[in-house]
Design a binder for this molecule. Structure first.
Ligand code: ADP
Ligand code: TRP
Length: 329
């Protein structure tokens, strides 16, 4: 069985884009792959979160992952910092990662621009830690967004370099996992681009009914169509796109018809959209609240996840150490 792994930084909340674009697919593959899902809390330290927020961030993301359907009985669900083997591998892999190639990554160059006063070494070696996350379990498939492709390329380079340097086949080269027709891009409510945590254009899985309704009612539209069958502006097309994700076909067809004969009232469309988003997300929100407040359950999940992840990572680390030449006295 092939191994799949994915991680998410412990900042913010999961939004509709994360859910329909990524999580729903993760939930589906849990039966057919050996799956590892983790909260990348060490990665989030590059921005120095306040100690009183740090654990909270992990707890939120973990509760949301679980509420969205990740199953700790099927997959290893863990917190990165609970698996020290990853950090040991990170140290070893840093020795074969070159400053030049790390400096050339787009994400590093972005950070240098964004946080001029905090260009720490962790930012530079962010892709090495990510490679360690993946290679620690010898995962071959890594479902992540396009923005992570360069990091995956570095993981492949490091894997190949290790194998070549030591004449072994310890690490397979991981590739992005393509969900093909299952890949959905969820647009934002602000008329352009995609829904994202930091864009302020998102609906979060933890939003309550009132918040969702308010956000949808405020979504950008235009003055309305004046000629039949005219093309939709992007803002309106985006609302239809979200509607097509959360509603049934007959609802989408109904509003499309209204758009095409110019009788559409955006207020009605938005009301329906808010209602249908709520239908999908409020049951998840209820589960998030339950899980978040169940300390015993969360403790059990991360313990079980860490046990599975540590066993797997320790086995890989033993192979890597042997290849490098570490020997017991
Ligand atoms: P964010 O944009 O909120 O920072 P991340 O970049 O952490 O989200 O992405 C986490 C996962 O969610 C990735 O696999 C990414 O491809 C997916 N994702 C994020 N936003 C969207 C979106 N609007 N539509 C579809 N998938 C998305
Ligand atoms: N770098 C990823 C992000 O910014 C998070 C991440 C860390 C990750 N380690 C990973 C994703 C390993 C996939 C595999 O979203």
């Amino acid at each position: 069985m092939e191994t799949v792994l994915s991680g998410i930084r412990s900042t913010g909340h999961l939004h509709l884009g994360n859910y329909y674009g990524a999580l729903k697919n993760f939930v589906k593959i849990q039966d057919s792959y050996k799956c590892f899902f983790f909260v990348a809390d060490i990665h989030s330290l590059t921005t120095h979160p306040h100690p009183s927020d740090f654990h909270e961030g992990v707890k939120i993301i973990l509760s949301e992952y679980l509420a969205a359907g990740l199953d700790p009985e099927k997959s290893a669900i863990y917190v990165q910092s609970d698996v020290p083997e990853i950090c040991e591998l990170y140290t070893l892999l840093n020795m074969i990662s070159y400053v030049g190639e790390l400096e050339r990554t787009v994400s590093f160059k972005d950070k240098v621009r964004q946080q001029k006063n905090n260009v720490n070494a962790g930012l530079l070696t962010y892709p090495v830690l990510m490679a360690s996350d993946i290679l620690a379990h010898r995962a071959t498939k890594v479902p992540v967004g396009k923005d992570q492709d360069q990091h995956l390329e570095i993981a492949r380079t490091i894997a190949r370099r290790f194998n070549t340097l030591y004449g072994v086949e310890v690490f397979p080269e991981p590739v992005n996992m393509d969900f093909g027709s299952g890949a959905i891009k969820v647009p934002g409510l602000d008329g352009n681009g995609k829904m994202g945590k930091s864009e302020g254009n998102g609906i979060f899985l933890c939003d309550d009914e009132k918040t969702i309704s308010k956000k949808v009612m405020k979504a950008v539209t235009d003055a309305g169509p004046t000629t039949p069958n005219s093309e939709m502006p992007e803002s309106v097309a985006n609302l239809f796109k979200i509607l097509s994700i959360v509603s049934d076909k007959s609802t989408v067809d109904y509003f499309k018809e209204k758009y095409n004969d110019c009788s559409i009232r955006y207020g009605d469309l938005k009301k329906q959209l808010a209602q249908d988003i709520c239908k999908q997300t409020l049951p998840i929100k209820a589960r998030i609240d339950d899980i978040y407040n169940d300390a015993e359950y969360l403790h059990k999940v991360v313990k079980q996840g860490a046990d599975k992840a540590r066993e797997s990572a320790a086995a890989t680390l033993a192979l890597a150490r042997k290849a490098i030449g570490f020997k017991a006295f």
